[in-house]
Design a protein around this ligand. Sequence first.
Ligand SMILES: Nc1ncnc2c1ncn2[C@@H]1O[C@H](COP(=O)(O)OP(=O)(O)OP(=O)(O)O)[C@@H](O)[C@H]1O
Ligand SMILES: [Mg+2]
Length: 435
Amino acid sequence: MPLLEREPCLATLHTALAEARTGSGRVVFVSGEAGIGKTSLIEQFTRDQHGARVWWGACDLLFTPRPLGPLRDIALQMRGDWHTRLDAESDRAALFSAFLNELQLDATIVVIEDVHWADEATLDLLKFVSRRIQRTRALLIVTYRDDELGPRHPLRTVLGETGASTAIRRLLLAPLSEKAVRTLVGHRALEAAALHRQTGGNPFFVTEILAGEAGRVPETVRDAVLARATRLSPSARAVLDAAAVIGGRIEPWLLAEVTGAEAYAVDQCLHVGMLVAHANWLMFRHELARQMILEAIAPHQRVVLHRLVLDALKASPITRTDDARLAHHAEAVGDAEAVLLYAPAAARRAAAASAHREAANLYALARRFATELPADQHALLLEAYAVECDAIGQQADSIAARRTAIELWRSLDNRLKVGENLAHLMTPLNRVGQN
Ligand SMILES: Nc1ncnc2c1ncn2[C@@H]1O[C@H](COP(=O)(O)OP(=O)(O)OP(=O)(O)O)[C@@H](O)[C@H]1O
Ligand SMILES: [Mg+2]
């Protein structure tokens, strides 16, 4: 089914690509609320781009984004040893330059999806590439949910800084009109005007409701999603629940490991359209649907699934170093020991990659479980947290963490450490004018 009412947007993308092909690269920011059709638009556009390479990367809704996650996705689609290079390269500027060089070689469409969830390193990459795009033969398409950008969201800075460039285009996707909703309703015995009102013309909501059982209009989109899931066999439903726990991107091997399910159960989820196959992984057709399925799982069952996922991730050589992901599942299980193992490790990795916001979030997560730690380790954790809070301007949190660290060192009679922390406390106190 072709997309409705997106011809002008597709035309903008085609023009931008034509310009990029001639050596005048372009960036198109595509925004709009969840389910408005950003991904669908880009999929339609990239489907018939003969000749241009298409590289696709996405930011994930994990507890913490993977540093440079989209570039990691893209590395898998590029020639050469980009993947190992990403892990080995400590010089961020050199890495970004090398990526930019790649974009000068051939006509390329680079898609970076859902940057409202981007880590700082990815935002830096966006800034770096956007400023220099004009020298490349690339069309960079960036999608984000505009309604998820609070006033202090760091993406705002990127959008502000790149705003004036003539190489930048913006597409804000509008809801579907009543006429389009009528087209989607087709011959069903449903009143298009009411459906349009009920859904605000959001295509995800409209299509979910239309995918519901014939003759019955679900009250809400949630009902529609859950009704679709109840049509699955028990083993397919188990697969779906496990998939929701695994997250935004589901590795088939992991799903098989966690559920022990036969391929047909996964096929059924694909067949009813709850899951879709994407390169080497599976995804929910929509993140909103994943959230709804996840919330519908009984809490104790959800914990069991998180535990299975955690154990499977730990056991696999591919994923056992993915500390941030392990920390996320460990938190869901309430496994303090595992959180205290993985979250600080992930935080250090994030900090080393200058992803200070993620580092602070990960230390904050570890902190919630830190009462289990000996006082000295607890204090060291707080110190590391304070450093990251300073880096992202969260002075109040930094001060509070330093003060608790000082109390802990005092209880251990470690005057050197007390003094060191008092000295550090001066910086944030000075900044907030409290000295
Ligand atoms: N123009 C359109 N006409 C008809 N159906 C559409 C249109 N755009 C999107 N859809 C339907 O709506 C669903 C949701 O769209 P899509 O996943 O592209 O939204 P999104 O903006 O990427 O959402 P998110 O922010 O959650 O990623 C699609 O699966 C598709 O079936
Ligand atoms: Mg999308």
